[in-house]
Design a protein around this ligand. Structure first.
Ligand SMILES: Cc1ncc(COP(=O)(O)O)c(C=O)c1O
Length: 480
């Protein structure tokens, strides 16, 4: 069994094993002609259930053969141009190389004595991101597991900085289309069930600042404490960007922590043509960035940034075995002092490899391409009488609904759209997402693949229409 330990004696075994795995994935990538096979839970579950984990195969090739059956063959492939569903990007090769290196070296980024250069590389990337945002000389931050954790940490800091001892008085304001992790964070932070106030959005799904101003005023008059405003730079469903300068102004006026959830919109930080869409982000107290959404990085690769490094002390605990207080005086950089996690992956290496190989502009240009594609997709949808499209995209999502000419019952139209999404998924021809707008079922494209073409969008719209028609035809037959 020692032959499986990665060390000086097994370097050749490591090379062969990993190469064999890489070959399998490369072969799949080269031959996958659909984003999904359409396999059902009922078909796949018995294959996985049937494997006895107490009877190992002892042979890498045999295990990879098995893996083809239980995973690779039926995986959902984000690199495919017709995967248009969630906020998953195709990944860039330098980052995948980084992933291979970081898991083999297996540094843990909690302390200097478990990572050395890894800590310094992460800190440099944090400084680089903070500078791109424009947070100023006192900024800092830390890599996290994802946008949800970044939002949680930002709100933890905001809660600790709020000027009240009574958690029952704390309120967080976020738009009605902000990410659900805001509400989840409030719950985890022990805030009351009414702590998150939903601020209405305008026609473009951007927070209405007049409504925000009214809420802030009302809270103050009621003796409550608006501890944070969460502005979203790239809402999950619509890609809309809240009016950051106006929100910053209001936060300054009321002494409220401004958090910008740029989990999705952070790609604009490197966009050669659209950086201005983030104007105002430099006034934030904290910012969430998900490199694994719009920097083409493998999951996970994210960070939370803060304007004032000192606020990160609210996440600091000292343990004698790990990061005793004296290390601060000794100026030993232990990232665990800033993080909600202890043992932590060196995800920063992926971004490092990407920036060193491709450069920031290279990433930004890819993100620009998907935003351009979304504009093209919007024009297609707006001109197509079969579809109602909700909002012109600021980033790269399109939310739309098939509207048959002959049917007026909105519930029946809901069912046709739901059916079309399911049928498309089952066919494996394309994968699209769904959401609700004003209580009605809509479909969603999240465009993050520069290889997707307008012709793919047009083809998938035809497929959706075909499935919806099929449903309506069958439903008419059922009624007769
Ligand atoms: C705006 C926004 N914030 C936060 C998140 C949560 O990010 P993660 O899934 O990385 O936890 C998402 C995820 O889609 C998001 O769209």
């Amino acid at each position: 069994m020692r032959s499986h330990l990665l060390n000086d004696l097994t370097a050749e075994h490591y090379r062969r094993s990993v190469t064999e795995g890489v070959e399998r994935v490369a072969a799949r990538l080269a031959t996958t002609d659909r984003p999904f096979t359409g396999v059902t839970v009922d078909a796949l579950a018995p294959r996985i259930d049937g494997i006895d984990l107490d009877r190992p195969l002892h042979d890498t090739t045999a295990v990879l053969d098995e893996l083809e059956e239980v995973y690779l063959r039926d995986a959902i492939w984000f690199h495919h141009p017709r995967y248009l569903a969630h906020l998953n990007c195709p990944v860039v090769i330098p980052a995948v190389l980084g992933e291979a290196v970081l898991s083999a070296v297996n540094s843990s980024l909690d302390t200097w004595d478990q990572s050395a250069g890894g800590t310094l590389i992460e800190r440099k990337l944090i400084d680089w991101t903070a500078a791109r945002i424009g947070l100023g000389p006192s900024a800092d931050g830390v890599f996290t597991s994802g946008g949800s954790q970044s939002n949680l940490q930002a709100l933890l800091l905001a809660r600790e900085e709020a000027k009240t001892e009574d958690p029952g008085k704390l309120r967080v304001l976020a738009s009605e289309v902000s990410h659900f992790s805001v509400k989840k964070s409030a719950k985890l932070l022990g805030l009351g069930p009414d702590a998150v106030i939903s601020v209405p959005v305008d026609h473009d799904k951007r927070m209405q600042t007049l409504a925000l101003a009214r809420e802030l005023q009302r809270l103050t008059e009621d003796g409550l404490v608006p501890m944070a405003v969460v502005a979203t730079a790239g809402t999950t469903d619509f890609g809309s960007i809240d009016p950051l300068p106006e929100i910053a102004e209001l936060c300054a006026q009321y002494g409220t922590w401004m958090h910008v959830d740029a989990a999705y919109g952070c790609g604009l930080l490197v966009s050669p043509t659209r950086r201005h869409l983030l104007d105002g982000i430099e006034r934030a107290d904290s910012v969430t960035v998900d490199y694994h959404k719009s920097f083409f990085q493998p999951v996970s690769c994210s960070a939370v940034l803060v304007r004032d490094a000192a606020t990160l002390r609210h996440a600091t605990y000292h343990a004698d075995y790990l990061n005793p207080r004296r290390m601060v005086q000794e100026r030993i950089p232990n990232q665990v002092d800033k993080s909600l996690q202890t043992t932590r992956r060196f995800d920063a290496l992926k971004l490092w490899m990407t920036l060193r190989v491709m450069g920031a502009d290279g990433i930004g240009r890819l993100f620009d391409e998907v935003c351009d594609l979304a504009e093209e997709g919007w024009r297609l949808l707006a001109a197509d009488p079969r579809y109602d499209v909700v909002v012109e995209p600021a980033l790269s999502t399109l939310v739309f609904r098939y509207i048959p000419q002959a049917v007026t019952d909105p519930a029946e139209i809901d069912r046709a759209n739901l059916y079309a999404r399911k049928a498309l998924f089952a066919s494996g021809d394309a994968v699209v997402a769904g959401t609700k707008v004003a209580g009605r079922h809509y479909l969603k494209f999240t465009l993050l693949n520069p290889e997707t073409k307008a012709s793919d969008i047009a083809a998938v719209l035809d497929l959706i229409a075909g499935h919806a028609e099929q449903y309506l035809g069958d439903s008419l037959d059922r009624a007769c």
